[in-house]
Design a protein. Structure first.
Length: 191
């Protein structure tokens, strides 16, 4: 990519719209040069002559600048967010980070996600983390602290409090009760 095209991206130069599109490899999203999203890392940018070329390279259109001229349906947008949450639950995913990944405002992302899923992205992330913690408690010998870290909650007491409020018992008791039950041929509690 030459410096002229890079400057068009950095300066959000609308005079380059339609002349080229750029995709960000780390997010899988493509934009117009005039997009007001955060400036990507130059080495992560890939250029396209048109939106069809970006789409065929498996990039999704940005929700903010709509480079393909259309809009991604909200249900599909939320499903993409769910895929990111479920695959990256151990990372520090904030509403701001999700908004950055999906090129939308935090307010719009929150409102749309909650309308379609019935819970906020933060609550969905916590539910995913607790679900993964339950699996780890039953299927590994990791300590509660190691499990808390593995599911993205670095504070063990916060993890234990959240687990207790959602499952009804502490992580240690959950492991003990369900291992005893499984040993005797039953199904895990809460399953």
């Amino acid at each position: 990519m030459n410096d002229e095209l890079w400057q068009a991206i950095v300066l959000n130069d609308a005079s380059y719209d339609g002349k080229f599109y750029y995709g960000v490899m780390t997010t899988g999203i493509f934009c117009r040069p005039s997009c007001k999203s955060r400036v990507p890392v130059r080495s992560n940018v890939r250029l396209f002559q048109n939106s069809a070329e970006a789409l065929s390279a498996s990039f999704r259109p940005c929700k903010r600048c709509k480079p393909d001229g259309g809009r991604l349906p909200n249900e599909e947008w939320v499903m993409q967010m769910i895929q990111v949450i479920e695959s990256r639950f151990a990372e520090p995913l904030t509403l701001g980070k999700l908004a950055e990944i999906f090129h939308g405002s935090p307010y719009h992302l929150q409102r749309t996600f909650k309308r379609i899923q019935g819970v906020s992205p933060a609550e969905y992330l916590l539910q995913t983390r607790i679900s993964k913690a339950r699996e780890l408690l039953l299927n590994t010998t990791l300590s509660v602290t190691e499990i808390a870290l593995a599911v993205g909650i670095p504070n063990t007491s916060h993890f234990s409090t959240q687990f207790l409020s959602r499952v009804g018992c502490s992580p240690s008791l959950y492991r003990k009760n369900n291992r005893d039950l499984l040993t005797n041929g039953g199904a895990p509690n809460g399953e």
